[in-house]
Design a protein around this ligand. Structure first.
Ligand SMILES: *Cc1c(COP(=O)(O)O)cnc(C)c1O
Length: 412
C-alpha cells in the first residue's frame, strides 16, 4: 500500500469512528474536547454577587438558552427570515404589535430613534446622523431622565429638549418634535408615564420607554406597550438572562419596520454596526421562553432564600444588622444589606469588597457597597455591604457567606 492510500484509509477510519460521513454529524461533534478559554487565556472566573452589571458580563444564560445558542450555531439560515419570524414570535409572546431582537437595549434606543425619524420616509435613513436639518429631530425628555444612555439617541443626529413640569411639556412641542423619551427607572422627574403618553399622542408624536433593567416582574414585558408607549426596550442580558449582546425593541408595527431599515445587514445606516448574529437572535427567543416559564413568586422566593442563607451565616459578626430589601423598580429583587459595628469589626466596606475580590474564588459584591449611591433604587451604602444574590449559581451563596464571615471576623 502506498503512503497516500494508507493515509486515505486511516482518514476514512477516523471519520467512521467519529460517526461516519453522511448525516451523523452530531456524533462527530461530541468527540470535540471543550477547551476552557478563560483558563487558556488566564482570565479569572468570578462569583457574581453584584448583579446584572455589564462590566461583570451581566447575567449567565440558563442551560436551555445555551443549548439553543449552540444548536443555532450549527446551521446557516436566511437572516431576513430569522429576523422576521423571531420578531413575530416575540410579539405574540409579549402581547405587542411587533418586535425585533437588537444588539442590546442601547442599540434598541438608537434603532427606535432612527425609526421615529424615518418612518414613512425610507429615503431619510441614509441622512442620519449628519444631514438631518430637513428632518424632525427633537426628542423631548424630562430633565431628571437625562442619563448615561443619551448618546444612543443622539447618535442618530437627534437633539434633546428638556422639560420639568407638565406645563413645560405641553409647550415643548414644535414641528420638529420627533419622539418623547421616558426613562422607566428614573428617580427624578414629576411627569407620570400616563401623562407622558397622553400628551405625546395628543400631538401625534410617538413615545419611547427605556425599561432596560426592569424585569422582574415578568409582566413588565407587556405593561408599558399596553399602557400606550409606542416603543419599549428591555436589555436581553439582564434579568431575562439571554445573550448579553442582545435586547428587545417592542412596539408599533410601522415603527419596528422602520427600525429594521436602519439595522444590519443594511449598509449606510446608523445601525449597521449593531449586528445581531443568528446565535443571539435564537438565544434571545429562547431566553424569553425560559423567562416566561418562571414565576415572579418562584424567583423572589429563591433569591430571598439565598439572601437568608448568607445572612444566617453572619449572625456572630459583632454588631451586625442584616436587611433584605427590594429596590422599587430596576433590579426589583431581594438584595442583602449588611451593616456591622465598625469600632469592633475594623474594616471598611470598600476594603471588604477588595478582600472578596482578591480571594480565590474571586467574588464581586454589589458595586454600591461602601458608596453613597448606586444604580437606580439601591440605598446609601456608604457604611454597608450589598450582596446581589440573583446572578449567583447554585451553591455559590454559601461560598460568598463563608468568605464574608472570614473577612469580617478576621478584622475583629
Ligand atoms: C442596561 C441599560 C441599558 C443598556 O442595555 P444593553 O442591553 O447593555 O445595551 C439601557 N438603558 C438602561 C436604563 C439600562 O439599565
Amino acid at each position: 500500500m502506498t503512503k497516500t492510500r494508507r493515509s486515505f484509509f486511516s482518514w476514512t477510519r477516523n471519520l467512521m469512528a467519529a460517526g461516519g460521513v453522511a448525516g451523523l454529524a452530531p456524533a462527530a461533534e461530541a468527540a470535540v474536547p471543550t477547551v476552557d478559554y478563560y483558563d487558556k487565556l488566564g482570565v479569572t472566573k468570578i462569583i457574581n454577587a453584584a448583579g446584572t452589571y455589564t462590566a461583570l458580563t451581566a447575567s449567565t444564560m440558563p442551560p436551555q438558552v445555551r443549548a439553543a445558542v449552540e444548536a443555532a450555531a450549527k446551521s446557516p439560515v436566511r437572516l431576513a427570515e430569522l429576523q422576521q419570524k423571531s420578531g413575530e414570535y416575540i410579539a405574540s409572546r409579549l402581547k405587542c404589535e411587533a418586535a425585533m431582537v437588537t444588539a442590546g437595549a442601547s442599540s434598541a434606543l438608537t434603532l427606535g430613534t432612527a425609526a421615529c425619524m424615518t418612518v414613512g420616509n425610507r429615503a431619510a435613513v441614509a441622512l442620519l446622523p449628519l444631514e438631518v436639518s430637513g428632518l424632525k429631530n427633537e426628542v423631548i425628555i424630562q430633565k431628571g431622565h437625562r442619563y448615561g444612555y443619551d448618546h444612543a439617541i443622539s447618535n442618530c443626529g437627534a437633539r434633546f429638549v428638556e422639560v420639568e413640569t407638565l406645563d413645560d411639556y405641553e409647550k415643548a412641542f414644535t414641528p420638529k418634535t420627533v419622539m418623547c423619551h421616558f426613562f422607566n427607572a428614573a428617580e427624578h422627574g414629576q411627569i407620570s408615564r400616563e401623562d407622558w403618553v397622553r400628551v405625546a399622542h395628543a400631538h401625534g408624536v410617538p413615545c419611547f420607554n427605556d425599561a432596560a433593567a426592569d424585569v422582574p416582574p415578568i409582566s413588565n414585558l407587556w405593561a408599558y406597550t399596553l399602557m400606550g408607549f409606542d416603543l419599549v426596550t428591555f436589555s436581553g442580558g439582564k434579568g431575562i438572562r439571554g445573550p448579553q449582546n442582545a435586547g428587545l425593541l417592542l412596539g408599533r408595527k410601522d415603527l419596528i419596520e422602520a427600525a429594521t431599515w436602519s439595522s444590519s445587514p443594511r449598509d449606510e445606516t446608523v445601525g449597521r454596526g449593531m449586528k445581531v448574529a443568528k446565535e443571539q437572535i435564537v438565544g434571545m427567543v429562547a431566553a424569553i421562553d425560559w423567562f416566561l416559564s418562571q414565576t415572579d413568586e418562584g424567583m423572589q422566593a429563591e433569591f430571598r432564600a439565598r439572601a437568608e442563607r448568607i445572612a444566617a451565616r453572619l449572625k456572630d459578626v459583632p454588631g451586625i444588622t442584616r436587611e433584605i430589601f427590594v429596590p422599587p423598580l430596576a433590579n426589583a429583587i431581594p438584595h442583602l444589606l449588611i451593616r456591622y459595628d465598625q469600632s469592633k469589626v475594623r474594616i471598611k466596606p470598600l476594603d471588604v469588597s477588595a478582600a472578596m475580590r482578591a480571594g480565590t474564588p474571586s467574588i464581586e459584591l454589589n458595586p454600591a457597597t461602601g458608596r453613597r449611591s448606586g444604580s437606580a433604587g439601591l440605598p446609601n451604602a456608604q457604611d454597608a455591604l450589598i450582596v446581589g444574590v440573583w446572578m449567583l449559581q447554585p451553591g455559590e451563596d454559601i461560598i460568598v457567606a463563608n468568605k464574608l464571615r472570614e473577612v469580617l471576623l478576621k478584622a475583629t
